[in-house]
Write a protein that binds this ligand. Structure first.
Ligand code: HEC
Length: 158
């Protein structure tokens, strides 16, 4: 019980961060007062997790733009992914220490996603959905490839 509550609170906080609603749920949960005090109100913006949450929000915007046939929105969101905020120096050091020699592959994975986001933005600027979809596929493959390769190692110490 002591373990499950903070986890719930944490996921509610993330939903809040992604702008998917749920902030009011946090405010309307007085019975969890004690656990809320223990959980940080907002995750440190310099953590990988926080950077990823921002990228995921941009990715939602990419998808919404595609369904709305608003390729200018797709271009903006892809550009934002390409220029995503960096992790803090402390977080970078933590990742480097956990990955050792593999850190280089991690950086390469980040660059791959950066380049794919730039290509997606260019495809969206060309205003042809037929070019946008394959570029989006490349970008998402890059996300998943890094998650498959590194996520388990980097979340193990939590
Ligand atoms: C360079 C490697 C790398 C790339 C590229 C990458 N991710 Fe991640 N991502 C991670 C790692 C590692 C985690 C786990 C972080 C943690 O739990 O602390 C993660 C976690 C996440 C999470 C979960 C955040 C949470 O709160 O648990 C989301 C969502 C996410 N990534 C989205 C994306 C999207 C979308 C892309 C592509 C546009 C992407 N990531 C590209 C490494 C990467």
């Amino acid at each position: 019980m002591t373990n499950s509550m903070p986890r719930m609170v944490k996921s509610v906080t993330l939903i809040c961060l992604l702008g998917l609603g749920g902030c009011t749920t946090v405010e309307q949960a007085p019975s969890t007062d004690v656990q809320l005090e223990e959980a940080p109100a907002v995750p440190d913006p310099g953590t990988l997790k926080a950077v990823m949450a921002g990228i995921a929000a941009d990715m939602d915007s990419v998808h919404t733009g595609i369904w709305a046939e608003d390729l200018a929105q797709v271009e903006r969101a892809a550009t934002s992914i390409a220029g995503h905020p960096h992790v803090s120096a402390a977080e970078r050091t933590r990742i480097q220490q956990l990955l050792g020699a593999e850190f280089r592959d991690f950086v390469a994975g980040d660059k791959r996603v950066h380049d794919a986001a730039v290509s997606l933005a260019a495809a969206a600027a060309g205003n042809d959905i037929a070019d946008v979809l394959p570029a989006l596929g490349d970008l998402e493959s890059g996300c998943v490839s890094c998650h498959t390769g590194f996520r388990a190692q980097l979340t193990a110490d939590e």
